[in-house]
Design a protein around this ligand. Sequence first.
Ligand SMILES: C[S@@+](CC[C@H](N)C(=O)[O-])C[C@H]1O[C@@H](n2cnc3c(N)ncnc32)[C@H](O)[C@@H]1O
Length: 463
Amino acid sequence: MDYLPIFVDIKNQPCLIVGGGAVAARKADLFIKAGAKVTVVAPELKTEMKHHLAEGLITWHPAEFSTAVMERLTTPKYVISATDDQAVNQAVYHYCQAHHIPVNVADQTEYCDFILPAIVDRSPVTIAVSTGGRSPILARLMKARLESLIPAGFGSLAGLLGRYRQQVKKSLPSPGARKAFWETLLQSAFVDKAAQGRSEEAESILKAQIKQVEISGQPLPTGEVYLIGAGPGDPDLMTFKGLRLLQQADVILYDRLVAPEIVEMARREAERIYVGKKDKAHLLPQGDISLLMVKLAKEGKRVARLKGGDPYIFGRGAEEAEVLVANKVPFEVVPGITAAAGCSAYAGFPLTHREFSQSVALITGHQQEGANEVDYGRLAQSGDTMVFYMGVKNAPKIQQGLLAHGLSAETPAAIIEKGTTANQRVVITSLAELSETIASSHIKPPALLVVGEVINVRERLVK
Ligand SMILES: C[S@@+](CC[C@H](N)C(=O)[O-])C[C@H]1O[C@@H](n2cnc3c(N)ncnc32)[C@H](O)[C@@H]1O
């Protein structure tokens, strides 16, 4: 280890920055965030540092660095020199060495008593990444990865844990029992509720668990379900939150439209159950899937239910959620990129555009028995961009319905097969030709039908 990572309290401590440019301003920003009293010595300030000055975050001494200037200042606890002038940087370094003040000369490790790591700031949770000054870019890339893994609200989570630490210590004097308690809690729905700022709900879980261990010595089983939208096909379209919950699940339930790469991202030891549905050949009836989730959660398992696109858009997510509610199983819904948004973007056109369409309708082309018929009259008059899910088989009916209610036969239509995947196929036609085009192009599911003038924008965007 080249450097010892320590976290230093510099609140209200005098710290000095030599230099008024952009790099100096970035360093000053770190001191400011940690609550230091920051003085800047520089003959002039560039924009970012001027901004700090205008905000009253720094004190400025408009002068070149010199021993005489230093003698007029309160001795700083830490000094950073970030100037373009090597002679000034050297002078700062030698001054600090002579006066035993820790110093950092930006980008010159040989003149650093301390180095500033790349920081993931979820205060009070702080992660520092250092490459020992060898590659700040590598440190920044690692920071970027960590940023994507650690939820933004982890600060409030840590705050809440801090508030209950003593109480848990009192209720559970044995360190082993305490460890088990925190481990169980920190792998449950409590974490997301606290991180999302739903502190009342999080606190009630925490209090219930404390009560439970006081009575029985054991926390309650923390089985729960995550209804995760896995996006339309490209595995990169999964959300950070979806990925994080997937990776803490013990059992994964997934269906046909979920990219295999996403299922692969689960923990290796997680059990994977395929509950895919094919038209007319449902592998597991919907009710059985919901009850299977209830059973697994009641056994204390964390269940990730992966659904193509978004769980609440033609995904029957709400039906599953209702069963979970009825059975008192805690659950989280993680929205996903729905096929309409993903497929149109990958096919090269938007869903709305100021010139062509001010609204979008998402419509199922496959009605359940007894469901209301699609109101083609309203759609034809609406000016909506129409996106039909599960519409390929019923394309002739959709086409007739819209034409019969006066939508122009020239209206552009797009068929997007396996949208956002490596096998995506986009076929552009008109409403008049829709059914014939589907038949002659041998379109296979999953495919999305889009009808609307907005498809014309594709000509401007796809070269
Ligand atoms: C049962 S719905 C599920 C929709 C999903 N919940 C969503 O938000 O995208 C399935 C239909 O979505 C459409 N679909 C889903 N993924 C698609 C893709 N990658 N390409 C084209 N259409 C897709 C097809 O119309 C398919 O028949």
